[in-house]
Design a protein around this ligand. Structure first.
Ligand code: ADP
Ligand code: MG
Length: 253
């Protein structure tokens, strides 16, 4: 029980006639990286919204940090942070100003210190005084995630954190996600990318047609689908390998 940050049972949700979630079950272990994998429109954001109290389920239960989302929404909100699919960064402000603003909104006692610590942690110190509009995609996403972390929550929700990013920026975000988990934060992320789940997640759950069709570690999932036959072929680098080799940033496995 205490080992789980999130427990979801029999979750159902429809938008009018559209039956999106038809009984979703899963659990997320404390301090782990959990990837909810599903194609566009499969209901990932709907689940994130229910877990972060932005939307109410029709039936089923969701417990976040030991708190039922329907019974204790305010307490749930205090124990989580959320980075949405679309960045909340204010383009006109500098990175530092964005962070100070969010720290003030959260009534943190030393907004400047909070901002400087986060800039440092996310490798944005050199860019602190530049307007966010001048940031690269990866920097902007890091700033966005840094903003959601002001105040330090035990659970972070990242809804498609790398959609629309170039390969280099994706790797920056992956690195940061790993750092979060290393520091004990539970990371719940959604993705449409198999390789992202493969690279990052301790646990993977695949959402398809309203249900979790498989879940487990990558090793568990691989056992479900053993290779049909052994073929001896030379492994060709992927386009991404080539691109990253050229620009000199190779992800370590
Ligand atoms: N507020 C809404 N009203 C009606 N339909 C919605 C609403 N939000 C999402 N949907 C639909 O529900 C389905 C799941 O959406 P969503 O949870 O955003 O999927 P995902 O995040 O996996 O792409 C989609 O078909 C989407 O069009
Ligand atoms: Mg979505």
């Amino acid at each position: 029980m205490q080992n789980n940050s999130i427990q979801v049972k029999g979750l159902q949700k429809s938008y009018k006639q559209l039956n999106v979630l038809k009984g979703v079950d899963f659990e997320v272990e404390k301090g782990s990286i959990f990837a909810l994998l599903g194609s566009n429109g499969s209901g990932k954001t709907t689940i994130v919204k229910i877990l972060t109290t932005l939307l109410k389920q029709d039936s089923g239960t969701a417990v976040v940090n030991g708190l039922d989302v329907l019974a204790k929404p305010a307490n749930v909100r205090q124990s989580i942070s959320l980075t949405g699919q679309f960045a909340a960064v204010d383009e006109i402000l500098t990175g530092r100003e964005n962070l100070i603003m969010i720290a003030r909104l959260r009534h943190l006692s030393n907004p400047r210190q909070v901002a400087d610590d986060l800039l440092n942690r996310f490798g944005l110190t050199d860019a602190a005084h530049r307007r966010a509009s001048t940031y690269s995609g990866g920097m902007r996403r890091r700033l966005d995630i840094a903003m959601s972390l002001a105040g330090r929550s035990p659970i972070i929700f990242l809804d498609e954190p790398t959609t629309g990013l170039d390969p280099e920026a994706r790797i920056e975000v992956w690195k940061m996600v790993r750092e979060l988990a290393t520091n004990g934060t539970t990371v719940f992320l959604t993705t449409q990318y198999l390789d992202e789940a493969e690279q990052l997640a301790d646990q993977i759950a695949i959402l398809h047609e309203g249900r979790i069709i498989v879940s487990g570690t990558l090793a568990d999932l691989k056992k479900l689908f053993p290779p049909a036959q052994v073929e001896y072929i030379e492994k060709q680098p992927t386009l991404e390998d080539i691109f990253l080799a050229i620009i000199g940033k190779k992800e370590k496995n």
